[in-house]
Design a protein around this ligand. Sequence first.
Ligand SMILES: [Zn+2]
Length: 173
Amino acid sequence: MSEPHGRPQFCQRCGSPLAPREEEGRTRLACAGTSERASCGFVHYVNPTPVVAAIVQQGEHVILVRNHGWPETWYALVTGFLETNETPEEGILRELGEELGMKGEIRALVGNYAFAQKNEVILAYHVEVPAGDPTLGAELAAYKRVPIAKLKPWPFATGEAVRDWLAKVRPTT
Ligand SMILES: [Zn+2]
């Protein structure tokens, strides 16, 4: 995934430099104006970006994916950013089509998870896909099927959704 939040140095409304400013107990980047021009009042709010993720169940397995550039041992959930005017449900099913070439059906919203390092909020869904092999999209380097009985959550980001989902489907372990 790309990084939608660079750290801008200039006001996107008037082009003046941005500078830290206290506002309601938080430090915000705000338009500072210039020697010739007063601040236009613009505040650069760095709101989290929503990301959709899917725990892709296929029978007794879950399909995990590895993005290009990741270490060979890293596999995670199918994820993606929403398009304009798309619901999260539409977004994750679109991503499933783009990344795995598969049509899925949403079974449940697993939960929402803050991913502070990337300033994202992850909306994680449990999605079921029919039998068959994925056709990998351009973003992905590889996929693997992991038996649900052997699936281990990783301790951050989408791993928290895997943990919560496993607690429901595998409550005894
Ligand atoms: Zn400005």
